[in-house]
Structure formats: C-alpha cells, structure tokens
Design a protein around this ligand. Structure first.
Ligand code: NAP
Length: 501
C-alpha cells in the first residue's frame, strides 16, 4: 500500500487542526483533543489573552448567572467561592484549566484568523492569519462564541457626546464613576448586573429601557467554609453537579417553558409577576414600567437578586423609553426628553444572530458560509454545514440553550471523534449529508413554532424573522443527538494522493 495512504496526516498521523478562539469552548476542545491523543492543533485567539467572553466582559457586577458547579467542565472541578462565580474567578479558572491540561502551549494570543478556504484538490484548509502567515490544516473549528461582536447603536449625535462612552464588553476602567451621572442603555442581563453594582458609588444612574425583561431571583451568595469543605469531597461535588444539572434539565424539559399556555410557562410568568407585585407594592409606577407586555420568556430570561430593589434607590431613575439620539452632554429619549449625563454606557448587546461575524469561511465550491446562509445561519447540530468538509462550529447556530458548558463538551467530543475517524479510516474529508442537514433544520424550526421567542424582539432572530440561535430543549437530548445522529449523518471521502497538512 502507498505509504501516503497509510499515513495521510503526516508524521504523527494525527490531523492538523486549527481552532479559532480560546474561550470556554476552544479550551474544552483542546482538552478533548489531547485526551484523544491528538497534539497537532493550534488555537488562535485574537485577544491578548485566553478566556473569551470572560476576558472581554469586565464590567462592574459581572458574574455568571448559572450555578458555578455546572457552569464548569465536568473534567475540571473547582473550589468555587460563590454559588455563581464572578468574572475574575471564571477567568482564573480557565487560565488554570489551560495550564493544568496542557492546552496553554497550543494557544497563540493576539493572532486573528482572517479567513479559511477549503482546497478540494488537497483536502486541506488554507488559513490566513493576521500575522501575515498562512497555515494548512485538515480540520478547522470555529470556537468564537456567539456573544463576541458588540452591537453598537447608530443613534444620531452619538459621536458628538463629549464624556466617556463605551460598550459593556469594552469597559473603560480608567474613568472614575464616583460622583458622576451615568446613563446605562439597555435592560438585558448585562445592564441588570451593572446598575446595582454602580448605584452605590455614582451620583446618579439613569437607565434607559426599550422593553423590560422577565426577571427571576438568582439566589447568589458566597459559599460558607463548611460548604466549600464539603465540595472538596469528589462524591459530594459530583452529587451537587448532578443535582444542579437535573434542575436545569427539568426546567427546560420538552421545551414547555418557552411555550405560552403550558403549565410550566404559565407558572414561571406568574412567579415573575408576583415578584414584581411584591417588590413594587409601594411603587405602582415602577411595577407597570418593569412588567413585560410579551409572554415569558420572549428574550433571554434575566437572573438577579437585587436589581428591582435598586430601582427604588433615590439616585436611580428608570426611563422606560428607547434612546432616540445623543447630544454633547445628554441622552435624548424617544419622547424627545434630554437627560444630562456625564458617562454613557452602552449595554446594547451583541450581534448574536450573525454568526462568525469576524471570520470568512470558504467551502468546497469557493462559496462563503455567509453567502450560503444568506442571513439565516443554520447547521446540523450547530456543528456542520454541507459543502464545508472538516469544518465545525462550537456553539454554532441553534445551540443556545440547555446547559451550555456540557454542550460545549459534547461538541468537543464530536470533533475529537471525527478526527479519530479520519485517522482510523484513512479518510481526508468528512461532511454532513445534505438530507440530514435539511431534515434536522426543518425539525428544529418546527420546534420554534409556538414559542414566545417569535412574539418578542430578541437577539435570537435573523433579519428575516427566523429564530436561528436557539436550542429549545436540554443538554441531554442534545448530547444524545450528537452521539447517535452525528456519525450517521456523515459522508466521507479519501483523497487519492493525500498529503499531510
Ligand atoms: P441584550 O440582552 O441584547 O440587551 C441589550 C439591551 O439593549 C436590550 O435591553 C435592548 O432593548 C437595549 N437597547 C438596544 N437599543 C436600545 C435603544 N435604542 N434604547 C434603549 N435600549 C436599547 O445584551 P446583554 O445585556 O449584553 O446580554 C447579552 C447576553 O449575554 C445575555 O442574554 C446572556 O446570554 C449573556 N450574559 C450572561 C450573563 C451571565 O451572567 N451569564 C451576564 C450578562 C450577559 P430591547 O430588549 O428592547 O431589544
């Protein structure tokens, strides 16, 4: 047999893999590849450090709203100090995992992947980097996340604002907020964390709300020393992780929580309404302002313990109006009222539904993935797209939901399995069958029908009105599909004269 055919991937006979992004999902993939015996990968990260969203977001009050014991890798337990870890603790955790599991040596920070193009003659990807270098790879994986491109508004006059103004994911820490009047625009999960964190130090917060979100109490607190001692015991820690995962799984069982009219959905909406009624019993004006007019959850549900109470502070004003324009020293609301402010914080979210906003990917026929999507990103299991062999997305279209970190692990296992399949079977191209991709996406879209996501403005929706980001079930069903349907969906090819990358 031709020696090349026995060893299509070069010396080590493991595929060369380029991973774009060193956040939660890219690091998970790095670990799973090493565990599969694959050392031949590089992670390119455009930021100066690893951590992804937990590196970018350093705004006051930033912490995860999923319990720490489940918002972490199953293979890397941690001595969490809080029920919900802060940004600092999460970033330190990711740094530790990258070091302890040997991923760090594969990460190249400050290096942006400009584009990746598949070459059908060689069955290789050509990847261009911001350093000017070009690398070849058998497999390319996008691990760029979903909430990575800040959404900047285009309000008239925005550039004329004389004070500091910045997006929450690009917080400018050099500006002293004490004694200042600070405008916070938005009422998503980010703004809801910032307002209670800065209210005690600033002169005044003016929060602009276009549409309120449905808010649930988060129940965050520091663990007691006794609890931390307990969680250092593997059995106890595992039980806690299982318990929390099951709670999350049960919460989204069958997707009922997203469907107005179901028992689960009605109960959750009633809980939120009762919370508003209780906290704002003495402030009917605020109760009316913060009550959504669309069915639960409509948008990403918000979790916070003290936000509603903070709105009752004397130095906090909720303006239940969209921002219409900005002047040199004021934010003008949709009613034309100008609110004088010193600092303007844009908590206006991310370009979530655009997918791969900074990465051009060209597939088998030279077409870019964005042209193929034509404004409606979709993929099989969020991972693969026909016409793009050996290209995978972590946290791709239709995977936002369930318990994210365990979904990242399933996606990482999928990629590691494909890499091993290529080695085992000597195949050089693995691609999802078009029929599987189409049937799967028809099924997924059918599950969006009847959800409140279609009845509200949210970042899940493409400009054409299709919900493209969401996974409407739990992590267990997703994991099962990845394991069972993944291998069945694939078609493979072998280059007659393969070359190592
Ligand atoms: P977001 O949920 O997209 O919120 C953006 C906000 O800006 C919305 O309230 C939006 O109003 C508002 N907005 C946009 N233009 C406006 C205008 N002209 N006037 C007034 N308001 C305007 O973004 P985010 O809060 O950054 O959160 C994004 C996601 O990040 C979350 O959903 C969550 O998945 C994640 N996150 C997670 C955590 C965590 O603890 N794990 C913390 C923070 C964020 P509309 O609602 O009317 O569009």
């Amino acid at each position: 047999m031709d020696e090349n055919l026995q060893r299509p991937f070069g010396e080590g006979n493991t595929p060369r893999i380029v991973i774009v992004g060193a956040g939660f999902s890219g690091i998970a993939l790095g670990v799973k590849l090493l565990r599969a015996g694959i050392q031949t990968y590089d992670i390119y990260e455009m930021s100066p450090g690893l951590g992804g969203t937990w590196l970018d977001n350093t705004y006051p009050g930033c912490e995860v709203d999923v319990a720490s014991h489940v918002y972490s890798y199953s293979f890397a337990p941690h001595d969490w100090t809080r029920t919900h870890a802060s940004q600092r603790e999460l970033l330190a955790y990711l740094e530790r995992v990258a070091d302890e599991f040997g991923v760090r040596a594969h990460i190249h920070c400050g290096t942006k992947v400009l584009d990746a193009a598949w070459d059908e003659r060689t069955h290789l990807w050509t990847v261009r980097l911001s350093t000017g270098a070009t690398v070849s790879a058998n497999i390319v994986v996008s691990a760029v996340g979903m909430l990575n491109q800040p959404k900047y508004p285009d309000w008239p006059g925005l550039d004329s604002f004389r004070g500091p103004r910045f997006h929450t994911a690009r917080w400018e820490h050099q500006h002293e907020l004490a004694g200042k009047t600070v405008a916070v625009v938005g009422t998503g999960s980010t703004a809801i964390q910032i307002v209670p964190a800065i209210a005690p130090i600033v002169k005044k917060v003016i929060q602009f709300q276009r549409e309120p979100g449905w808010i649930t109490l988060k129940g965050d607190r520091d663990f007691t020393p006794e609890e931390r001692d307990g969680f250092r015991r593997p059995l106890k820690r595992r039980r806690e992780r299982l318990r929390l995962s099951w709670l999350l799984e049960r919460g989204v069982r069958g997707g009922a929580i997203y469907r107005p009219g179901t028992k689960t959905n009605t109960a959750r909406e009633q809980y939120c309404r009762a919370l508003i009624a209780k906290i704002f019993a003495d402030r009917p004006d605020l109760a009316a302002a913060v009550t959504p007019t669309y069915p639960y959850p409509g948008k990403r549900p918000i979790f916070h313990s003290t936000y509603y109470q903070t709105l009752k502070r004397d130095n906090v004003e909720l303006v239940p109006k969209a921002v219409a324009s900005v002047t040199a020293n004021a934010v003008v609301d949709a009613d034309g009222v100008a609110h004088e402010v010193d600092v303007l914080v844009l908590a206006t979210g991310f370009e979530a539904a655009r997918y791969l906003p900074n990465l051009a990917v060209f597939g088998r026929d030279g077409k870019s993935i964005h042209d193929v999507w034509n404004g409606e990103p979709q993929a099989f299991l969020g991972l693969t797209v026909p016409g793009f062999p050996n290209f995978f997305m972590m946290y791709g279209p239709g995977t936002n939901g369930g318990e994210l970190v365990s979904m990242f692990e399933r996606q990482a296992e999928y990629v590691a399995r494909v890499a091993r399949r290529m080695m085992r079977d000597g195949v050089t191209a693995v691609e999802v069958k078009r029929g599987w991709h189409e049937r799967y996406n028809r099924w997924l879209q059918s599950k969006m029908q009847g959800t409140s996501w279609l009845l509200s403005r949210n970042y899940f929706t493409s400009p054409t009105g299709k919900v493209v980001t969401q996974w409407p079930f739990g992590a267990i069903l997703y994991g099962l599909l990845v394991k069972v349907a993944g291998p069945l969906s694939e078609t493979t090819r072998t280059l007659r004269e393969p070359r190592g990358a």
